[in-house]
Design a binder for this molecule. Structure first.
Ligand SMILES: NC(=O)c1ccc[n+]([C@@H]2O[C@H](COP(=O)([O-])OP(=O)(O)OC[C@H]3O[C@@H](n4cnc5c(N)ncnc54)[C@H](O)[C@@H]3O)[C@@H](O)[C@H]2O)c1
Length: 396
């Protein structure tokens, strides 16, 4: 833990950055512009494969928000297809589309495999929201069925060899593939990136904690993660690589602990191997990054700190729920005359990063632009995960 929490700070004014129109909230200057190209009249259709927490709980609401707020230039049209290996999953999802979003069920194709879907392959984006060990196989199934625009949930795949296989599929078929990395689209992460540019050098220390209570989904086996390293740490690794833009990375240390759980003291303790706490220490050129994730925490924390070789540092408090999307960024520079840390700027930012991420991905599919979070970037993320799993004795 850093010492900053114990230091007295001079509190600056909070600036609420709320003067965005609905569409500029989704499409700021740095994201892919779509206004000067021909957007398909209906926008691109979406096929969701894997209708669990990510597919039905996260992607569908964000897409519908894009449809509502994107104004006349929305690159997204509507959900046109639902696929889940469990038939009850597609039935539940269709019910949700009908009752929550007013869909006509007759206009949505349902199937237990992509090949059986009755949708227009040329104007459709496939969202692969199945567990990570299934992503490469589902990508092959999608391209074999004729789809060429594909979004893959994080982590990109179960290991780097599978990412290589996905790259071969993309090269052979010409499919355009983007991997979900919402933190690359966070406004507070963008503030940290701006700070690095302003200081003119990398931070020498980066600390990123993402913790939450994830006991019930873990006991229920949701999304089948191999370890704590597969849940929040892919976001943290991607953010550290993106911020430092470092061509070289080295995993200095990686450790995991089991998750222990019992409802009441008299119950036997349940142990879930390698799913409690994860720590990865990375060397990224001049920067040491310490990434921490507790999945048996009692509260949610998403906090990033960057320290620079001069006395400056910046902290980002990222959104902790799917309901409220606000980040707070605090910048510090030097010391006050009484020795306390001088707090220079506090900014409150609207930060609906998954919606911005999906909006940008669809815009790039429409314009034929390369994806920001492509397979090459995500191969590095998965490679760090592989090396960390070996160091932490998850794989022998
Ligand atoms: N971006 C995020 O913040 C975020 C959040 C949660 C999960 N995820 C990621 O999303 C992916 C899925 O996680 P989840 O929590 O939604 O899992 P989940 O267990 O809630 O849902 C997975 C769904 O996929 C279906 N499925 C499994 N194999 C399939 C196949 N071959 N074809 C079709 N359907 C299949 C299952 O029946 C289930 O309905 C994982 O990669 C996970 O890491 C990302």
């Amino acid at each position: 833990m850093s010492t900053i929490e114990h230091e007295s700070v001079q509190v600056a004014d909070i600036h609420e950055v709320d003067n965005f129109t609905a569409s500029s909230r989704l499409l700021p200057a740095e994201l892919c512009p779509i206004s000067d190209v021909t957007v398909p009249a209906q926008g691109l259709g979406a096929v969701i494969v894997g209708l669990g927490r990510a597919g039905l709980g996260l992607h569908v609401p964000c897409l519908e928000k894009i449809g509502r707020e994107g104004g006349g230039v929305s690159p997204y049209g509507a959900v046109v297809g639902l696929v889940d290996s469990v038939e009850a999953g597609t039935r539940r999802a269709l019910h949700r589309l009908e009752y929550d979003y007013g869909y006509d069920p007759a206009r949505v194709s349902r199937a237990t495999c992509l090949a059986d879907l009755k949708v227009d392959r040329d104007h459709t984006v496939v969202h692969i929201c199945t567990p990570a060990d299934d992503h490469a196989a589902t990508l092959r199934e999608a391209t074999d069925a004729g789809f060429r625009r594909i979004i893959v949930e994080k982590p990109c795949a179960a290991n780097a060899a599978e990412v290589d296989e996905m790259q071969r599929i993309a090269d052979r078929t010409g499919a355009s593939i983007g991997v979900i990395n919402p933190y690359l689209y966070s406004r507070s992460i963008a503030s940290c990136k701006d700070k690095i540019q302003q200081v003119g050098r990398q931070p020498h220390y980066l600390e990123f904690e993402m913790s939450k209570p994830r006991t019930s989904p873990t006991l229920a086996g949701r999304s089948r993660p191999e370890s704590v390293i597969d849940v929040e740490l892919p976001h943290q690794i991607a953010t550290a690589l993106y911020l430092t833009d470092s061509p070289r990375y080295r995993v200095l240390r990686a450790e995991v602990r089991h998750m222990h759980y019992r409802e009441v003291d008299t119950d036997p303790c349940q142990v879930v191997r390698n799913m409690g706490v994860g720590v990865i220490v990375l060397e990224l050129d001049e920067c040491v990054a310490v990434l921490v994730s507790y999945l048996d925490a009692l509260t949610r924390t998403r906090q990033l700190k960057l320290r620079f070789p001069n006395t400056e540092h910046i902290e980002a408090f990222l959104p902790v729920s799917g309901e409220d999307h606000t980040s707070v960024v605090v910048e510090y520079s030097g010391r006050n005359t009484d020795g306390s840390t001088e707090q220079r700027r506090v900014a409150k930012l609207p930060d609906d990063m998954l919606t911005r991420c999906l909006f940008d991905m669809y815009s790039r599919f429409v314009t034929g632009s390369p994806q920001v979070s492509d397979l090459a970037f995500n191969r590095k993320v998965v490679d760090v995960m592989d090396k960390a799993k070996t160091l932490a004795w998850i794989r022998r």
